[in-house]
Design a protein around this ligand. Sequence first.
Ligand code: PRT
Ligand code: ZN
Length: 283
Amino acid sequence: MKTLKIAIQKSGRLNEKSVELLKNCGLNFENYKSSLISPVSNFPLEILFLRDDDIPEYVQDGIADLGIVGENVIQETEVEVSYLQRLGFGRCSLKIAVPNTENYKDISELNGKSIATTYPVILGKFLKAKGITSEIRTISGSVEISPGLGLSDAICDLVSTGGTLKSNGLKPFANVMSSEAVLIGSKGSENDDLIKELIQRIQSVLRAKETKYVVLNAPKDSLAAITALLPGVKSPSVVPLAEEGWVAVHTVIPERDFWDRISQLKQAGAQGIVVMPIEKIIL
Ligand code: PRT
Ligand code: ZN
């Protein structure tokens, strides 16, 4: 039987979440910081630990079948790979930022200005699409100090909390792209049965993360109002309680509107609401 290879970041912002996702998929492997490759004992898979910048090309060239990496890195390296699954972590935006003291109103004011970045390819395409000609200064790191040093008029860098911009006297001016970690595969890999199996496992973990398991008690006469508020995987399960006239309702609730839903349920007569995390949802 063939063994698949998946490349993940060795250390950095995506490492921990990538390892956690694969472990939650039931894959057994050692996560030694020193090793570059780790076999999975219960699935025909090996994990390669690499610098994130190398992952797209390894996948494009088929050295790894799969990879987990930020969309920003994929687009910057301009590789031909298949996007298999968005993973919902490592979220950030690539933004153009300018000094707080500037008062630019329109993006066209960047014409003739210099912009420092580690993302010259993405920035170049963005500016071209807007018909703007700026001087792109490609630097390898610490982009945020560039305007303060007089090296550029603006920067284009990844932003998550915005704290780095703020502490360097910069403010966001234009959004270039939004990014998150994605699972990529070599072209055509989406047709491979083992890869399909792995994607299904990943999807069941992601689905579970977005939902909570809820059990609540309710008087039978509030049941209609309560079930009207509940989606469930199909519909909620209703179980009679020992106390006459009462039922327990089991269901799943999406994380995003969780608190609104809970207060609506209470108003509709729900009591003793117990909320539990879900490990996997297999449809
Ligand atoms: O060593 P290796 O080459 O593998 O890692 P790296 O140092 O190149 O990348 P790393 O670990 O910093 O980031 C990996 C990926 O995480 C990126 O490619 C993005 O897809 C994603 N990501 C999410 C981020 C951020 N958020 C982020 N905030 N990558 C970098 N940053 C940096 C940003 O460049 C800036 O310096 O954090 C700073 C801004 O953060 P805030 O919170 O102050 O706005
Ligand atoms: Zn990197």
